[in-house]
Design a protein around this ligand. Structure first.
Ligand code: PLP
Length: 232
């Protein structure tokens, strides 16, 4: 933790942020899309609070974290000071962390199994405002990654909607690192379209240009904004 919060000069962030936004605009123009249809999620995992606050000061408001515990320790205070911030959970959610997750996250992108969906449905009846939900699809069917396999996506989405009455807003995926990303992004797009889901969270620092071409509405960008992450 102390390492994570170590002081680090933040002047690079503004420059990186500008570059990322230019890259987004370029891809948006090429795809003849509207910039307003795309949200940039600044992935702040392993980033110190002062670097996050630097980006907030520039005017950014949408962030992503992959661990509930880390998010809680960093964001409770920041969100109190900046109630308009939207925080996305982009990492796996353990069922014993659901209460904490509901207290801090505005969007949970990683519904990836039936047991989690059932418990979430139960818990959100107890909170004043339910977050938005996305289903994570394991487009590459990698055993190392979580997510619903593509062939099970239809029945899982319908189960969440019809049986559990969860408001599923969209889908997210993390394609395999060493594969052409296009086929994964287009698969996610197809599944979302079939179910009339509006949100597509796909594209990271190295491939968000491609993701925009395939219809991404949410880009999860970490290193291109903050630079390399500190390792714990
Ligand atoms: C860390 C992370 C990102 C950001 O990755 P970068 O390559 O740093 O942009 C995006 N999505 C998920 C799920 C992540 O865990």
């Amino acid at each position: 933790m102390s390492k994570m919060l170590a002081n680090k000069d933040s002047s690079d962030i503004q420059e990186n942020y500008k570059k990322v936004n230019n890259r987004i605009q370029e891809a948006v123009d090429k795809a003849s899309r509207n910039r307003s249809s795309i949200r940039l999620i600044a992935v702040s995992k392993n980033q110190a609070v002062d670097r996050i606050e630097h980006l907030i000061k520039i005017g950014h408001r949408v962030f992503g974290e992959n661990r509930v515990q880390e998010a809680k320790s960093k964001w409770l205070n920041i969100k109190k000071k900046n109630p308009d911030i939207r925080l996305h959970l982009i990492g796996p959610l353990q069922t014993n962390k659901i209460k904490d997750a509901l207290a801090i996250f505005d969007v949970i992108e990683t519904i990836d199994r039936e047991r989690l969906a059932i418990k979430l449905a139960r818990e959100i009846s107890l909170v004043p405002k339910a977050p938005d939900f996305l289903v994570q699809i394991n487009t590459g069917k990698e055993s190392s990654k979580s997510g619903i396999y593509p062939e099970e996506a239809d029945s899982f989405i319908i189960f969440c909607q019809k049986e559990l009455h969860l408001h599923i807003k969209g889908l997210m995926c993390i394609p395999p690192i060493n594969e052409e990303k296009s086929s994964h992004f287009s698969l996610l797009y197809k599944i979302a379209k079939k179910h009339s889901l509006r949100y597509l969270s796909m594209g990271m620092s190295s491939d968000f240009d491609t993701a925009i071409r395939f219809g991404a509405t949410h880009l999860r960008v970490g290193t291109a904004i903050f630079g390399a992450r500190d390792q714990f």
